[in-house]
Ligand binder design. Structure first.
Ligand SMILES: Nc1nc2c(ncn2[C@@H]2O[C@H](COP(=O)(O)OP(=O)(O)O)[C@@H](O)[C@H]2O)c(=O)[nH]1
Ligand SMILES: [Mg+2]
Length: 461
């Protein structure tokens, strides 16, 4: 669905890549074109504006990475901004369905008529039955169209799951209550409640859906939207979010030639993640939504993105290796400590940098949980900055009066200075111990010692 946007953006970046060094004007010109491309793809205006601003901010401050061109870096920056707009980043990859609740887990399907609710209900049922071995009950609450309940029953037969027996004359609320009742008694894992749509948003529809939601307290309320409807899909989503409240979006008809902007706007407009994509009429045409893969599809420049990623990693690896060598020689001083802090601060994400070092896999999660406080890194850097060169090379000379001066210069307390010196001491002591363990252990311990609450030098090896 992103073909048009993709080829527009490709054009922009091709032009950019033909330049060597990029001036600010080059970047601005490229961003103007990216903005137009986004708007033409039906990305909501505020969303496009945010995305461009984010990219501009990051492109300006970008550090030059040797072995990749500035244009390539801009591609990577745009890629990352797209991933974020699509709801990705920070380890959030393919949210999928959330079924983490006591059985029977109710899933409520809502949306306009013809958006694909009933079809998607069947698709989800099939997936849950086959992939996750769940016992699924399908129930149609659509009493608007005479054939609607039969349509779901047919789908249920095709997918090999049970559908709630039809009792003519029941209201949607009565059907929902009966479905939950049957599910509880017959020990179903999941109940999918397929509601009636309308041609457009109206109060009766919203009230009905809201009443069903209140009565069944679904764990997932999935809004089904038709990607082909572009901006309208976004408006529909905003409406449903305001009046019913949804916690997931399924975008259907992505197999068509929709312009894709709706997908890019959904997260920003509704706050809810796109969880699944409908990519055809067949019952197995259901896909997980992977923000980074989608961004990759839009930009079509996966090779550049990974090139820049690798190059950025190399820099930090070089730096880390240099530090490790110093540690080994025993010449690691507070200046190196500061440079290590800077590296950590620059990466923003400690688990990123640590993850590159050998043997760090197991620690990564712990680190992610440790919640490194940016302020701490800033404070520590400030403390080291207000030392003299001599003090940094030889921390032992830092006694009470120097500590007072340093603390005042960095705007911290003497305790803060003491804490930093202690940390450095621990680290030095650990390095001596670890000299026996070889470089791999050194790098591990060196960086690990920076982490608050991880034991620093006291961590057993
Ligand atoms: N191409 C395509 N068609 C779809 C998709 N999802 C649903 N449809 C079709 O859209 C039409 C309406 O679907 P339906 O599930 O009845 O919509 P509902 O009114 O929301 O329940 C049907 O003809 C479906 O086959 C999809 O992902 N791709
Ligand atoms: Mg239907």
């Amino acid at each position: 669905m992103f073909e048009a946007l993709s080829s527009r953006l490709n054009g922009v970046f091709d032009k950019l890549r033909r330049r060597g060094a990029l001036s600010e004007a080059d970047v601005n010109e490229a961003l103007r074109e990216v903005r137009i491309a986004l708007l033409e793809a039906d990305v909501a205006l505020p969303v496009a504006r945010d995305l461009i601003n984010k990219v501009r901010e990051r492109a300006v401050g970008v550090e030059v990475i040797r072995s990749v061109s500035p244009a390539q870096q801009v591609v990577k920056i745009v890629n990352d901004a797209l991933v974020e707009a699509l709801g990705g980043g920070e380890g959030e990859e393919a949210p999928g369905l959330d079924l983490n609740a006591p059985a029977p887990v109710p899933i409520l399907m809502v949306g306009l008529q013809g958006s694909g609710k009933t079809t998607t209900s069947g698709k989800i049922a099939l997936r849950l039955r086959t992939r996750e071995k769940k016992k699924v009950l399908l129930a149609s609450l659509d009493v608007q169209r005479p054939a609607a309940q039969l349509q779901l029953q047919t789908l249920a037969n095709q997918t090999g799951v049970t559908s709630l027996p039809i009792i003519p004359g029941q209201t949607p609320l009565e059907i929902a209550a009966r479905a939950m009742d049957v599910a509880r008694r017959e020990l179903y894992d999941v109940v999918i409640l397929d509601t009636a749509g309308r041609l457009s948003i109206d109060d009766a529809l919203m009230d009905e859906v809201a009443a069903v939601k209140a009565a069944t307290r679904p764990h997932q309320t999935l809004l089904v939207v038709d990607a082909m409807t572009g901006q309208d899909a976004v408006n529909t989503a905003r409406n449903f979010q305001d009046r019913v409240g949804v916690n997931g979006i399924v975008m259907t008809r992505v197999d068509g030639d929709a312009r894709g902007g709706a997908a890019l706007s959904m997260r920003a407009v509704t706050g809810a993640p796109i969880r699944l994509l409908g990519a055809g009429e067949k019952l197995d045409a259901l896909e997980d939504f992977h923000p980074s893969r989608i961004a990759g599809r839009i930009l079509g420049m996966g090779d550049i993105v990974s090139l820049v990623e690798r190059a950025a990693e190399t820099i930090d690896r070089d730096e880390a290796e240099k530090l490790a060598a110093k540690m080994q020689k025993g010449t690691f001083d507070l200046e190196d400590f500061a440079s290590q802090l800077k590296q950590v601060g620059k990466m923003g994400n400690l688990s990123g940098i640590l993850g590159m070092l050998p043997g760090m896999g197991a620690m990564k999660d712990k680190i992610a949980n440790a919640k490194i406080d940016d302020g701490m890194i800033g404070r520590q850097s400030a403390i080291i900055s207000s030392m003299t060169r001599k003090e940094r090379k030889n921390p032992d000379i830092i006694k009470a009066s120097r500590k007072k001066r340093i603390a005042a210069g960095a705007g911290v307390t003497v305790q803060d200075v003491n804490r930093l010196l202690k940390q450095f001491d621990d680290m030095s002591a650990m390095m001596k111990r670890m000299n026996k363990l070889g470089q791999k252990g050194l790098m591990r311990g060196g960086l690990g010692a920076l982490l608050p609450g991880m034991g620093g030098g006291k961590r057993p090896f």
